[in-house]
Design a binder for this molecule. Structure first.
Ligand code: SF4
Ligand code: SF4
Length: 234
């Protein structure tokens, strides 16, 4: 019989804190073409990844959603591709993203700032920040611009710009992820031996699935090689 180490759900208090964080990102609407949910081979070679970084707390939040709200989608739980060309949650029929209510921070922030807002954020809130940080901010945000995104909560934009340029949301989500120790208890010892690490704080959906949800015999026999070949675990 195939067995898998049990992974409990995300504690309610952590979910509430994650939702408070998400609520600070201005809501948007867009043309829902799905281009930002997939990559070309060339983009992957250049280092781009869909739905990344996915933080440990976000993984647990999405996992709970898939288990309770998407019955019958074992394909999503069995998905172990670390660096796919297409996000496994993209469905070309409506609604497009099957985990939209719990999508991660990186997807919520996509396209919120346009080129003008990026420069405005630097002007208003970048004073005193090292030039190298500003440049990273400009480049990173610039890679997320989509002219077909419309912000529907403009009143949140200024505080969001300030939080974003100071990397506040990433810091908060890193902190919250410290409370979610992945892998789960039954795999920690083996994981420590395989990786030399205590935990994974961000990875991809497929990577976390391999670590958390894979059958015990697969984890024992295949995970060490999977880990050695992986490129995105942090
Ligand atoms: S954000 Fe832009 S690229 Fe992504 S689905 Fe919406 S319209 Fe398409
Ligand atoms: S989680 Fe949803 S919005 Fe994000 S990349 Fe996947 S399909 Fe797109």
């Amino acid at each position: 019989m195939t067995t898998t180490s049990v992974c409990q759900g995300l504690p309610r208090v952590l979910r509430a804190q994650l939702e408070v964080l998400y609520s600070q990102v201005p809501a948007t609407e867009c043309d829902n073409c799905g281009k930002c949910c997939q990559l070309s081979e060339e983009e992957r070679r250049a280092g781009w990844v869909t739905m990344y970084p996915l933080y440990a707390i976000e993984y647990m939040n999405i996992l709970d959603f898939v288990r309770t709200d998407l019955p019958g989608r074992e394909d999503l739980l069995n998905f172990r591709e670390e660096w796919p060309l297409r996000c496994p949650f993209r469905d070309d029929s409506l609604p497009g993203c099957v985990v939209y209510p719990v999508r991660p921070l990186v997807c919520r922030t996509y396209g919120v700032l346009g080129s003008e807002e990026i420069e405005e954020a630097i002007r208003r809130f970048g004073r005193g920040m090292p030039a190298s940080w500003i440049e990273i901010f400009r480049r990173w945000e610039g890679s997320l611009v989509c002219p077909r995104v419309r912000v529907t909560e403009p009143e949140k934009l200024l505080p969001y710009m300030e939080g974003r340029i100071h990397y506040r949301y990433m810091a908060m989500i890193e902190k919250l992820s410290e409370a979610v120790r992945l892998p789960q208890e039954g795999r920690r010892e083996d994981f420590r031996r395989i990786s030399g690490k205590e935990r994974v704080s961000r990875w991809t959906w497929g990577g976390f699935n391999a670590l958390i949800l894979s059958p015990d015999d697969w984890f024992r026999e295949e995970f060490p090689a999977y880990w050695r070949a992986s490129k995105l675990a942090r």
